[in-house]
Design a protein around this ligand. Structure first.
Ligand code: UT7
Length: 329
């Protein structure tokens, strides 16, 4: 990236709903077992939104904490980006709902759809806007309520997903810190490997789409797994290259939390020891756009980064998409 003003993370917050769904709970719902889920995915439990909670409610809780940690209120924001594939409704955007709730009068607000890569796409978007001088303080949130689009009779998918939200405030930081590079990409040809077909302009909601379960996530797990392993490696090396850094420069690796085996393959490729890798897939499962910010914010809360550390985030997901970023904390 060019040498316009340095932009980085100046506040963090996260939220997960109270209710926990464990593997043993799922054993009572579908033909599965704790041993299969843990050995194939690393997941032990996930959080599930209450019936009266929508994505904007999870996002709001995370946003309030991020604003507090930045010493700001909603009125300090001039941009709000919510990365999500489970907006409260098709429109208005979840970002606009949030803008109102936060009292961020006049701030630009929009949702961003890049599935599990959405948060990194959102960081790149906010950083570009701020570097250009168009805006100063952006709220970037990854929030999803995947439980609302999960078929709890399908063991192939229902064990994998959870709900949550992670938020950061993006703004100007001291020289030498902030975002050093991004690598975003997509392979639209693989879109049908991971999708929710119903409810859009191609297949509007109807009795037939409901009967055919078109309002639930469909995933070809094996093919997505192969894509994930490939792009986690290539995107990571590419984003390091763009930042002029080497694998050994990474102090903390914050990968998308979809499957422990995918994370381990990236660790091997990058030759990273466990203490440099954030893993919380066991507690939250795959929360889509919330996954990377939940991991990043949790690591910050646990004091795992100090000023000047090099943090590498990388995610992949529906689209198919990927996104990686190097951030000096
Ligand atoms: O963020 C979005 C991106 N999504 C992902 O990253 C997911 C990527 N894919 C994966 O993580 C893995 O492919 C899965 C965890 C989804 C599946 O693991 P796998 O090792 O690829 O298993 P598989 O699909 O090859 O299935 C192996 C067997 C099958 O039985 P058969 O056909 O061999 O008899 C499945 O029916 O495991 C069966 N199976 C289950 N068994 C018990 C699938 N789900 C379950 C389950 N419990 N929940």
């Amino acid at each position: 990236m060019n040498n316009l003003r340095p932009v980085g993370v100046i506040g963090t917050g996260k939220y997960v709903p109270e209710k926990i769904l464990t593997n043993s709970d799922l054993e009572k719902m579908v033909d599965t077992n704790d041993e299969w889920i843990v050995s194939r995915t690393g997941i032990k439990e996930r959080h599930i939104a209450a019936p009266d909670q929508a994505t904007s409610d999870l996002a709001y809780e995370a946003a309030i904490k991020a604003l507090e940690s930045a010493g700001m209120t909603g009125s300090d924001l001039d941009l709000i980006i919510v990365a999500t594939i489970t907006p409260d409704s098709a429109f208005p955007s979840t970002a606009c709902i949030l803008q109102d709730k936060l009292g961020a009068k006049g701030a630009a607000a929009f949702d961003l759809s890049a599935a599990c890569s959405g948060f990194v796409y959102g960081l790149a978007t906010a950083t570009s806007f701020i570097k250009s001088g168009l805006y100063n303080n952006a709220l970037v949130i990854g929030a999803d309520c995947l439980s609302r689009i999960t078929d709890y009779t399908d063991r192939n998918t229902c064990v994998l997903f959870g709900d949550g939200a992670g938020a950061v405030i993006v703004g100007e930081v001291p020289e030498g810190r902030g975002f050093k590079s991004f690598d975003l990409g997509a392979e639209g040809a693989g879109g049908s490997l991971l999708q929710l077909e119903g409810g859009g302009s191609r297949l509007p909601a109807s009795a037939e789409t409901i009967e055919n379960k078109k309002h639930y996530i469909y995933m070809n797990g094996r093919e997505v797994f192969k894509f994930a392993v490939r792009v986690m490696g290539t995107a990571t090396l590419e984003v390091l290259n763009k930042a002029g850094l080497d694998r050994s420069d990474v102090d903390l690796f914050v990968p998308h939390q979809a499957n422990i085996r995918i994370i381990q393959s990236a660790m091997q490729r990058l030759d990273l020891p466990e203490e440099k890798v954030v893993v919380n897939v066991d507690k939250y499962a795959n929360t889509s756009a919330a996954s990377i910010p939940l991991a990043l914010v949790e690591a910050a809360e646990e004091g795992r980064m100090k000023a000047g550390d090099t943090v590498l985030m990388v995610g992949f997901g529906g689209g198919l998409t990927w996104g990686a970023s190097v951030l000096v904390w």
